[in-house]
Design a protein around this ligand. Structure first.
Ligand code: MRU
Length: 373
């Protein structure tokens, strides 16, 4: 099993059994450098330090970092139960790398079920490692498939909702493309699908301060994909809407609560409030692995706070000092957009909508129907 065919798109994750390389996204768009990841410790550091970022890519990269560690592990002396405990412990460690995106912890729960079943049916530790490696590899393939489905469900829905508009201009925030996933992307995947369908007039991307995922990564992907696109500052978004230059906004998600409240990159909430004011539909595009049914609402989502240096220094903290010495800083990496401001949630199983008159989504009901229960 190797990295799945990915059209001509950029690859954040290069994998073949026993070997994992991550594109160092801190260096984009000026340098394309891949870093070797040999084990879960390398994986944890790569996630924490933003070599790889974006909720689905974090989950896939984290799982594969453990897969290569286990593939190359020599002389493991324990039983199948020991192998299962080792994997559980390493997954717990990986999940601790960043708190807000749910995808890696969702994957860890599923992996734990799979390996504990495997450990109960064999005494050979190697069999348990093999089961885990295969499940991690499957995740890499499934992510691309599910993104393509999100893209086509989302594009179809928008085209229907905005059928009076011939060609659509869409605003997006942060980076949700090939670089944030195993390939194709979520919100950016919907924009790609609209472009393929011939109905995209123009894409707008925000800079996404302070880490500039928009100007460094999304702008890079849009140019790479030859999608007609314009970069704006985060603070130009309201003026863009007022000028009537966007017909819809599509963003990704790091964690979606049962009622549809959605955590995503800081600034997403601002866009949703402005969209409401200007009567512009605001959509979330995310795989069901971004849904956290254990949470009733977004109030329970833990928001990561990142280093003050991202604001105090240029280039998201990597450049020279630009802010006054002595100023204090609040730097939440994400915010929560209430379900009431969201027009629809695009998933790989279809579009989740609100009942007429309701302020929230019934995500549990949607998931149950999608699973045929
Ligand atoms: O801090 P980041 O770059 O990991 O934040 C990424 C986002 O907020 C994305 O919008 C989200 O993870 C969805 S990626 C398909």
């Amino acid at each position: 099993m190797a990295t799945p065919a990915n059209d001509s798109s950029l690859q954040a994750i290069r994998y073949r059994p026993g070997s994992l390389q991550l594109l160092d996204q801190r260096k984009l768009p000026l340098q394309t450098i891949y870093i070797d990841i040999r084990n879960s410790s390398d994986g944890w550091t790569a996630i924490r330090d933003m070599v790889v970022r974006g909720a689905p890519a974090i989950a896939v990269a984290g799982a594969l970092s453990l897969a290569v560690e286990l593939f190359n592990l020599e002389n493991f002396e324990g039983t199948s139960q020991d192998a299962s405990s080792l994997i559980t412990k390493k997954l717990e460690y990986l999940v601790s790398s960043r708190p807000t995106a749910v995808n890696l912890s969702d994957a860890a729960t599923k992996f734990n079920e799979i390996i504990s079943k495997a450990a109960a049916t064999t005494s050979d530790a190697k069999d348990v490692f093999k089961v885990f490696i295969e499940a991690a590899e499957l995740m890499l393939e499934d992510d691309v498939t599910s993104n393509k489905a999100i893209g086509s469900f989302g594009a179809e829905f928008i085209r229907f909702q905005l059928k009076d508009i011939n060609k659509l201009s869409i605003l997006t925030h942060c980076n949700t493309g090939s670089l944030a996933t195993a390939g194709y992307g979520t919100a950016l995947g919907v924009i790609r699908s609209l472009q393929t369908d011939g109905v995209l007039e123009h894409a707008y991307c925000t800079e996404t301060r302070p880490y500039n995922q928009g100007s460094r990564l999304t702008a890079f992907e849009l140019v790479h994909e030859k999608i007609p696109a314009t970069l704006i500052t985060d603070s130009a978004a309201a003026a863009l809407m007022k000028a009537g230059r966007v017909n819809g906004i599509i963003v990704g998600a790091d964690r979606v609560a049962s009622n549809g409240d959605t955590a995503n990159k800081i600034g997403t909430y601002n866009l949703a409030v402005c969209a409401k004011h200007h009567d512009i539909p605001f959509y979330v595009a995310a795989p069901l692995t971004s849904v956290d049914l254990s949470l009733q609402s977004g109030d329970e989502i833990v928001i990561e706070e990142r280093s003050p240096l991202e604001l105090l220094n240029a280039h998201g903290g990597r450049g020279e000092q630009i802010a006054a010495s002595g100023i204090s800083v609040w730097n939440p990496a994400f915010d929560v957009t209430p379900a009431s401001l969201i027009s629809g949630i695009f998933t790989e199983k279809g579009v989740i909508t609100k009942k007429t008159g309701s302020e929230s989504f019934d995500i549990k009901g949607f998931v149950q129907r999608a699973q045929g229960n």
